[in-house]
Design a protein around this ligand. Structure first.
Ligand code: ATP
Length: 376
């Protein structure tokens, strides 16, 4: 097993900066997810670990060894891609064994590893089939098996679930998580899907526009997003953002928006100055209640999406579209006039210009690490 360290790593394609000064340490045995929208640089980062892209600047280390100039085959990594890339004319057994044969692994050792991987992935009964005789999910399991038999120090996975249908994706997600718990091999997993990132990652590195925005456990990213980008990217449906005005100072400071007039929570007092800011509130934290009190947003239900146990309501509140997730027992109908209570302990505030979080925790972390959070 091994750590993977990006030390001020850059990747440029001519004028295009694909990865901008990436600093990230993936711990030994950790399951790290790189997540972000299309084009943010996550695949390029993974391919640099694999040795499939040259590094323009900086050092990449696997364990203590700088691997910038080490060829892929000498890096002790195994990669799983979105496309399974199985050999169509070979059986599952031969697909699993092929890489080991190339490396001149002894025959009985190959047999042991193939048997073990097939057992882990429930491929035992499929070993004599060809890829065309397998379902998509089974093919992806063979691709995973081919990586496992290598017994590498690091697994690299690039959107391995994107060719699977929704049900299989959930199943295979659990399979990969189970495998990691069993093998405890350092894993770097790339996806654009924040649900996959939240459910699988021990830590998540969120990227946008070639830059790392924030690294943390799923819960720390959900509770304390460092900027508006991370706040909007992590969580589904996305966080609501509303312009607010801060008036007064210290304990007397308050937060005002359409229909909302509440004291400024203590966690923001040190960083927030009078003026404009952006308030963030997650849809699942809004509560439906009787109209009236000052801590509520008022508006009309616009569209109601019934999901069985809950419903997702789009509300036009003043000039803003707000999404709330509430218990479906409310049976909200389009056109209903609603009051949505904003719990003060759940709000986020962001600088109107830089997009940076104004929460005390985020400010303190930035001060102790000496690293300025990325403005968005
Ligand atoms: P996706 O999820 O769409 O694969 P990504 O986050 O993995 O996106 P990358 O594939 O890492 O993004 O690409 C990062 C940036 O680098 C993009 O702007 C892309 O257009 C650019 N890029 C990638 N490969 C090349 C290349 N060979 N030549 C020029 N630009 C490239």
């Amino acid at each position: 097993m091994a750590t993977v360290t990006f030390d001020h790593v850059w990747k440029k394609y001519g004028e295009v900066v694909a990865v901008n000064d990436l600093n990230l340490e993936i711990q030994d045995g950790e399951f790290m997810v790189l997540v972000g929208p299309s084009g943010c640089g996550k695949t390029t980062s993974l391919r640099m670990i694999a040795g499939l892209e040259e590094i323009s600047q900086g050092d990449l280390r696997i364990g203590d060894r700088v691997v910038n100039n080490v060829p892929p085959k000498d890096r002790d990594i195994a990669m799983v891609f979105q496309s399974y890339a199985l050999y169509p004319h070979m059986t599952v057994r031969d697909n699993l064994a092929f890489g080991l044969k190339l490396r001149k692994t002894p025959k009985d050792e190959i047999e042991r590893r193939v048997k073990e991987a097939a057992g882990m992935l429930s491929l035992d009964t499929l070993l004599n089939r060809k890829p065309r005789e397998l379902s998509g999910g089974q093919r992806q399991r063979v691709a995973l098996g081919r990586a496992i038999v290598r017994e590498p120090a690091v697994f690299l996975m690039d959107e391995p679930l994107s060719n699977l249908d929704a049900k299989l994706r959930v199943e295979t997600r659990a399979n990969i998580a189970r495998l990691h718990q069993r093998l405890k091999v350092t894993t770097v997993y790339v996806t654009h899907d924040q649900v996959e990132a939240m459910t699988m990652g021990q830590r998540i590195a969120v990227m946008s526009e070639a830059r790392l925005q924030q690294v943390g456990t799923p819960q720390s990213l959900y509770d304390h997003p460092i900027n508006r980008f991370v706040a909007g990217f992590i969580g589904s449906p996305s966080m609501n953002f509303l312009p607010v005005t801060v008036t007064g100072e210290g304990e007397g400071a308050s937060l005002k928006a359409d229909g909302l007039d509440v004291p400024l929570p203590a966690d923001f007092r040190s960083a927030v100055k009078a003026g404009n800011a952006i308030m963030g509130i997650r849809p699942e934290h809004l509560d439906l209640q009787a109209a009236g009190p000052a801590g509520t947003l008022q508006g009309n239900a616009d569209v109601v999406e019934y999901l069985g146990n809950e419903e997702l309501i789009h509300v036009s509140a003043g000039g803003n579209d707000v999404v709330a997730v509430v218990d479906s027992a409310y049976r909200v109908k389009p056109g209903d006039v609603l009051s949505l209570k904003v719990p003060l302990d759940k709000i986020h505030l962001f600088d109107a210009e830089t997009g940076l979080s104004l929460h005390r925790t985020v400010q303190e972390v930035a001060a102790t690490t000496g690293e300025a959070p990325v403005a968005v």
